[in-house]
Design a protein around this ligand. Structure first.
Ligand code: NAD
Ligand code: DAU
Length: 340
C-alpha cells in the first residue's frame, strides 16, 4: 500500500503524516509539498528516518511535477491537504495564489489520478464552504454551499471539481469538510497559536470585531482520525462533515488562553473586524459517527492543554517562524487595526 499526501509539511498534513506512519507501519508514504511560507520540514524531523517515508519538493499546480511523481510511484490513495489556507491572506494579499493552489492544483491532481488510475482520491475541504449560520442550527452535508470569503470560494470550487471528476469520469473520490483545527505545529497566524505566542511574549491580543464570532474547534489528531476513517471506509463520491462538538465565541478562547498562561485580560484589544467575517460555524458530524463509527476523542479542555504545553515547550519552532517575512506580514496586516 502506497499513499501520497500533498501539503504534508503544513499544520494538519504534518500531523496526518505522523498519524499514518504510527498507525500503518506496513504502508509507504510519499509527502509532496511546495514548502510555501506555511510548509516547514522542521515539523517532520522525527519522521525523516522512517524507511516508509519519502519527502518530495513539488507543486500541485505544476503538471510536470505531478506527472513525474505519479509516473515514478504507483499510488493506492492520494490525500490532498495542499492549499493556501489563511482567510486573512486571501482578503488582504489577493487571491491569485489561492486560485492557483486551491483550484488549478486540485484539477491537476484529479487529472493525474485519472490518468494513472489511482484507486482513491481524497480532498480535504472545510466547513467554510457552507458560509455562515444564523443563531440556530448546524451545518449538515445537505446545507447550502455559500462561501463568503475568497479562500472559501476557492475551496468550494475545488469541491465542485472533485464532484465533477466523480460524476463525469467515475473517479473514486471522497471529501471531508472539517471545522477549525488546533494543536501542535499550527502556523502562528491562526487564532489559537497567535494568541498563545503573543500572550507568552506579553504582546497585544487582537480580537476582531466584538469577539462573538463562533467557531467549532477540533483537536488536530481527531481530524486526522476522521480523514483516515473516510479514506478507508467511505463510499465513492461521498462527503463527510467532521467537527469537534465545541462551538464557542472567539473571546472565550482568548480568555481561556490568557488564564492558562496566567496573563492579564488587559492584553486583549478589540480591533477592526475581518471583512465578510462569518458569524457562526457549527458542524453536525452525525453522518460520520453513524456510518464510520468515528467521533472526536479529545475534549476541548484536553486538546487546549496539550496545545498550550506544546507551544511553551517548542518556542524555537515558532520563534523562527515569527521573524523575517512573517514579521513583515504581521505588521502590514495588523498595523492599522492596532492603531485604531
Ligand atoms: P497550512 O497552510 O498549514 O499547510 C498547507 C501546506 O500546503 C503547506 O505545507 C504548504 O507548503 C503546502 N502547499 C501550498 N500550496 C502548495 C502547492 N501549490 N503545492 C504543494 N504544496 C502546497 O494548512 P492547514 O491548516 O494544514 O490546512 C491543510 C488543508 O486542510 C487545507 O486544504 C485546508 O483548506 C484544510 N482545512 C484546514 C482547516 C484548519 O482549521 N486549519 C480546517 C478544515 C480544512
Ligand atoms: O473553519 C475551517 C477553517 O478554519 C479552515 O478552512 C481555514 O483553513 C483555517 O484557517 C480556519 O479559518 P478561520 O478564519 O476560522 O481561522 P482563524 O484562526 O484565522 O480565525 C479564527 C477566528 O478568530 C475567526 O473568527 C477570526 C478570529 N481572529 C483571527 C485572528 C487571526 C481574531 O479575532 N483575531 C486574529 O488575530
Amino acid at each position: 500500500m502506497k499513499i501520497l499526501v500533498t501539503g504534508g509539511a503544513g499544520f494538519i498534513g504534518s500531523n496526518f503524516v505522523r498519524y499514518q506512519l504510527e498507525h500503518y507501519p506496513d504502508q509507504e508514504l510519499v509527502n509532496l509539498d511546495a514548502l510555501t511560507y506555511a510548509g516547514n520540514l522542521e515539523s517532520l524531523t522525527d519522521c525523516e528516518e522512517n524507511p516508509n517515508y519519502t519527502f518530495v519538493k513539488g507543486d500541485i499546480a505544476e503538471v510536470s511535477d505531478i506527472e513525474k511523481l505519479f509516473a515514478e510511484h504507483s499510488f493506492d490513495m492520494v490525500v490532498n491537504f495542499a492549499a493556501e489556507s489563511h482567510v486573512d491572506r486571501s482578503l488582504h494579499l489577493g487571491n491569485d495564489t489561492f486560485i492557483r493552489a486551491n483550484i488549478l492544483g486540485v484539477q491537476i491532481l484529479l487529472d493525474a489520478a485519472r490518468k494513472f488510475k489511482v484507486p482513491r482520491f481524497m480532498q480535504v475541504s472545510t466547513d467554510e464552504v457552507y458560509g455562515s449560520l444564523g443563531p440556530q442550527g448546524r451545518f449538515t452535508e445537505e446545507s447550502l454551499i455559500q462561501p463568503n470569503n475568497p479562500y472559501a470560494a476557492t475551496k468550494t470550487s475545488a469541491d465542485f471539481l472533485v464532484r465533477a471528476a466523480h460524476k463525469s469520469f467515475g473517479l473514486d473520490v471522497v471529501t471531508t469538510r472539517c471545522s477549525n483545527n488546533f494543536g501542535p505545529f499550527q502556523f502562528p497566524e491562526k487564532l489559537i497559536p497567535l494568541m498563545i505566542a503573543n500572550a507568552s511574549e506579553d504582546k497585544v491580543l487582537p480580537v476582531y470585531g466584538d469577539g462573538m464570532h463562533i467557531r467549532d474547534w477540533i483537536y488536530v489528531e481527531d481530524h486526522c482520525s476522521g480523514i483516515d476513517a473516510v479514506l478507508r471506509k467511505a463510499k465513492p463520491g461521498s462527503i463527510y462533515n467532521l467537527g469537534g462538538d465545541h462551538d464557542v465565541p472567539n473571546i472565550e478562547i482568548v480568555k481561556l488562553i490568557l488564564k492558562a498562561l496566567d496573563k492579564p485580560e488587559s492584553l486583549i484589544k478589540y480591533v477592526e473586524d475581518r471583512p465578510g467575517h462569518d458569524r457562526r460555524y457549527a458542524m453536525d458530524s452525525s453522518k460520520a459517527k453513524a456510518d464510520l463509527g468515528w467521533s472526536p476523542s479529545f475534549t476541548f479542555a484536553e486538546g487546549i492543554k496539550l496545545t498550550v504545553d506544546w507551544y511553551l515547550a517548542n518556542k524555537k519552532w515558532w520563534e523562527r517562524i515569527r521573524s523575517g517575512d512573517y514579521l513583515k506580514y504581521y505588521e502590514e496586516m495588523y498595523q492599522s487595526r492596532l492603531n485604531n
